[in-house]
Design a protein around this ligand. Structure first.
Ligand code: PMP
Length: 439
């Protein structure tokens, strides 16, 4: 992006930096020298504060499955706002969205709503600990699960603290504590043999193993069926639970990632898409677990779960409409667009003769400016963060795409919406080829 200190975005950022550290409330939307400020959007298009229009290929990191301001969703939100915005009572809208999600996701027999994926993950972890009476949670090294202390262990790029590659150290995120890290067991991604060994070593204390089947921080490198099967076997064997974090990877299949993988997690964290563009998260799972942990009809529940905005009617209404519109036909169409995008990007990389790895599945795609796939966090850190060329090329690509009228995720992520058509995919592929030639 060409910097212009007189632009509205530049001036807004100057104001922002005086009242917010780093000028924002969300690190993922900042980029130097200043982020573009959004003014309005419709369908696949976004106008920035200076009136420049671009097509949206990140869709609020997945939550906008139908793009911006889908007329049916807007109409439902408007009507709901006229009726009731928020209230200390349950509403029919909550029941309806719960029914829709429970019918759609095989492992979700019962559900409770939260306001973000982070909270959904936090509650899924608490539920697993309360149900099993154990403390340890296993997670994949480098996999992002939101800001919960337990979930954000072992994301660091600092190799001096990683420990043994076959048995990674549990490293608290800044702001976390060593005590929290002690309750987290860290697994190398897709390493069946070492994963099994690690889980067996902690079996007696293991509450759950948590997996995002398509972790965005690993360039959408999918969990292999063998790795998923190992997690299922070992959690069973240990008397522990298997958790899927489908906050993002729900998009992997019409029936969620678990539907696509034929997996049977005990608990599932959800978010993003199911809120129709409004803030949402959820904890769901087997009815016996959910009831045993959260049912308060006969006294104090094992886990208290309040929340001023849990299941607020605005989100529930938007979510129900969005989920109904995201039917099998819409899912199949989006997946075909994703296939077209991945094929086009691979071809563009080849024509440009530059390093580039294209990953992802269904409506989620990544392009990383490296010459070989990076199946684990450690591979990825070595290939990208410790390789100035790849890091700089990634940053330049992002800015070149902005200049050509496309918004993607700054780490090279493309997340599609039903507002996009084949022409948009071909256009973003053309722009990517041009960008790859100049970065
Ligand atoms: N889990 C995963 C896998 C995620 O990708 C994210 C967010 N991108 C979260 C949890 C946290 O969700 P939220 O941003 O809604 O708190």
């Amino acid at each position: 992006m060409d910097a212009d200190n007189q632009s509205k975005s530049a001036r807004l950022f100057e104001r922002a930096a005086k009242v917010m550290p780093g000028g924002n409330s969300r690190h993922t939307v900042y980029f130097p020298p200043y982020p573009l400020y959004a003014a309005r959007a419709a369908g696949a298009e976004v106008w920035d504060a200076d009136g420049v229009v671009r097509r949206d290929f990140i869709n609020n990191y997945s939550s906008l499955i139908h793009g911006h301001n889908h007329p049916r969703i807007v109409e439902a939100i408007r009507a709901q706002a006229d009726r009731l915005i928020s209230i200390a009572m349950p509403t029919e809208a909550e029941v309806e969205l719960a029914e829709i999600v429970c019918e759609r996701v095989p492992g979700v027999e019962q559900i409770r709503f939260t306001n973000s994926g982070t909270e959904g993950v936090m509650m899924v972890i608490k539920a697993a600990r309360a149900f099993t009476g154990r403390t340890k949670i296993a997670k994949v090294e480098g996999a992002y699960h939101g800001s919960d202390d337990t979930a954000s262990v072992s994301l660091t790029a600092d190799r001096s603290v990683w420990g043994d590659p076959d048995a990674p150290a549990s490293v608290p995120a800044p702001g976390g504590t060593p005590n929290i890290a002690r309750d987290v067991v860290v697994l190398p991604m897709n390493d069946v043999e070492n994963g099994r060994k690690i889980l067996r070593a902690h079996a007696a204390e293991l509450a759950a193993a948590m997996l995002d089947p398509l972790p965005s921080h690993l360039g959408y490198e999918a969990a292999t069926p063998e790795f998923v099967a190992m997690l299922r076997e070992e959690t069973h064997r240990a008397g522990a639970l298997l958790i899927f974090d489908e906050v993002y990877s729900f998009r992997l299949g019409f029936n969620g990632a678990q539907g696509a993988l034929g997996a049977a997690p005990d608990l599932t964290a959800l978010g993003k898409v199911i809120g129709g563009g409004l803030p949402v998260g959820a904890v769901g799972g087997r009815a016996d677990i959910m009831e045993s942990v959260f049912d308060a009809r006969s006294g104090w529940p094992r886990v208290i779960h309040g929340g001023t905005f849990n299941a607020n009617p605005m989100t529930m209404t938007a979510g129900a409409v969005a989920m109904k519109l995201y039917d099998r036909e819409a899912f199949d169409r989006l997946s075909a667009l994703g296939d077209r995008l991945r094929a086009g990007l691979r071809e563009a990389v080849k024509i440009a003769g530059v390093p580039g790895v294209v990953g992802g599945a269904s409506s989620m795609t990544s392009l990383t400016h490296i010459d070989r796939p990076t199946p684990t966090h450690r591979d990825r850190v070595a290939a990208i963060y410790e390789n100035p060329d790849a890091a700089v090329r990634g940053e330049r690509f992002f800015h070149e795409m902005l200049n050509r009228g496309f918004i993607i995720g700054s780490a090279g992520l493309f997340v599609l919406s039903t507002a996009l058509a084949e022409r948009d995919i071909d256009d973003v592929v053309d722009a990517s080829l041009q960008a790859l030639r100049v970065i």
